[in-house]
Design a protein around this ligand. Structure first.
Ligand code: TGC
Ligand code: FAD
Length: 396
């Protein structure tokens, strides 16, 4: 069942995009319609990541799309955002996989890696021949990653890593993990500095355990990682990384993409509710779309989606101009994910009982968005980031 997606564009948003941007968006849209939509409900129910779609996404340039060289597509940040929008219109978990591969694995290698590391990893990650994950969160440190207990100790020409990471997207399917750890006695005895490491997942002492029992992002793999005396060559340190600022720079990339992705999930919910309301009849033998309270819900959704589109497009234009700040990204991520979750809840009501079934994508989006509003900085943590910025008083 369900409906074929119809474009959601109240504001003539397309007129704000150039031809290349529309082409990229339409390519991603067709990929999602043809390949993801037909299988996603089964994947979600079965708790299966549709890995078979990885090579095609590599060919389409979706991995590390806004990076240049090393086999990457060199898209603009707006184009990259539009890809994220379309992928999440399909499924947030599927978009998460691409976000992690791109913003959290390829970006740190691209930004903090040596030339040798870039040559070795980026082309394979761009094509999807290799997959990666990003280990920042720990069982005891989520919103406050600066408290991490994972440690790296330099011994001769090796580092030895010990620690636990939790809630790691793609942990069990990754060939390489970007692990953030505090290096002991760095830069001087008694001091510690957060640094990033490339850890091949087949190294002795590295273990990934999949998290089961999720009611959210079921089409995405989530894992706990354990590192016990994992020896890596010193050359696996990302040499440009240093301080908590480094992983936070990666989060900026991912959060920016999420701000677009959430619009996609909201579009899917709104479009489903609109089409349903036009066909479902109650009382006067007229479609429920003719009832004022249904219209009010649809109007709320299209208003908020339209504002979110402008917000992310503005952020993208600033990012392309090199002037985007992380506080603006926090505002966009916070607003758009909240907006999408509200749309999912409203759209679900428009569908009545049918809204709770897998015949329509709404309930899946709603459950997925509960993760999206939590990861990459919770809704409240982004309020504190913005609040600290405008008042000058950090409130963590
Ligand atoms: P704080 O003292 O505020 O900052 C430490 C240093 O970092 C700088 N900074 C940033 N730099 C770049 N980008 C940002 N967004 C930055 N935020 C802060 C800051 O200026 C400072 O620099 P310096 O030079 O003075 O050292 O740090 P804090 O310890 O008080 O912590 C606050 C913070 C920012 C960590 C917290 O607000 C936060 O963001 N917590 C959320 C953690 C989080 O988002 N984790 C995400 C894990 S990955 C994930 O969820 C993947 S989900 C899969 C998917 O993406 O689809
Ligand atoms: P906590 O930090 O324990 O927060 C619990 C509650 O307390 C929240 O409501 C929070 O807003 C609130 N809170 C915390 N501190 C404050 C404060 N100072 N003031 C007011 N309220 C506060 N991490 C990775 O590193 N890599 C990944 O790939 C990754 N993928 C993920 C995939 C999924 C499906 C999920 C659910 C999470 C993923 N994460 C990943 C982890 C994610 O980033 C964390 O869950 C998130 O940062 C929140 O941390 P926490 O769950 O420990 O919550």
């Amino acid at each position: 069942m369900g409906f074929k997606f119809q474009n959601v564009d109240f504001l003539k948003f397309d007129t704000l995009l150039n031809e290349d941007e529309r082409l990229v968006r339409d390519t991603a849209r067709a990929f999602v319609e043809d390949n993801l939509v037909p299988i996603i409900e089964d994947c979600f129910r079965e708790g299966r990541f549709p890995r078979e779609l990885v090579p095609q996404m590599g060919e389409l340039g979706f991995f590390g799309a806004n990076l240049h060289g090393y086999g990457c597509a060199g898209m603009s940040n707006v184009e990259y955002g539009l890809v994220m929008q379309e992928l999440e219109r399909g499924d947030s978990g599927f978009r998460s996989f691409v976000s992690v591969q791109s913003a959290l694995v390829m970006y740190p290698i691209y930004t903090f890696g040596s030339e040798e590391q870039k040559q070795k990893w980026l082309p394979d990650l761009a094509s999807g021949r290799k997959l990666g994950c990003f280990g920042l969160t720990e069982p005891g440190f989520g919103s406050n990653p600066g408290g991490m207990t994972t440690r790296a100790r330099k011994v001769g020409d090796e580092y030895i890593l010990n620690g636990e990471k939790m809630w790691i997207t793609s942990g069990n399917i990754a060939d390489v993990a970007i692990i953030w750890a505090k290096v002991v006695d760095d830069p001087e005895p008694g001091k510690e500095t957060v640094r990033g490491f490339l850890v091949e997942t087949d190294r002795p002492g590295f273990r990934a355990d999949e998290v089961h029992g999720k009611w959210s992002l079921r089409a995405s793999v989530t894992s706990g990682l354990s590192l016990q005396d994992v020896h890596i060559p010193a050359s696996n340190l990302l040499p440009g990384s240093g301080g908590l600022k480094s992983p936070l720079m990666c989060l900026n990339q991912a959060r920016y993409g999420i701000s677009w992705g959430a619009i996609g999930a909201a579009m899917s919910c709104y479009d489903t509710a609109l089409q349903y309301a036009k066909t479902r009849k109650q009382f006067r033998n007229e479609p429920i779309a003719s009832h004022q309270l249904i219209q009010e819900k649809l109007v709320w959704m299209i208003s908020e989606i339209s504002k979110a589109q402008l917000l992310s497009l503005h952020a993208g234009r600033l990012k392309d101009a090199g002037t985007l700040t992380h506080e603006i990204i926090s505002l966009a991520k916070r607003n758009n994910v909240w907006m999408a979750l509200e749309c999912a809840r409203m759209a679900r009501q428009v569908l009545g009982a049918n809204g709770i079934t897998e015949d329509y994508p709404i309930m899946r989006h709603m459950m997925n968005l509960e993760s999206v509003i939590t990861y990459e900085g919770t809704h409240d943590i982004h309020a504190l980031i913005i609040g600290g910025h405008i008042t000058g008083s950090p409130a963590f």
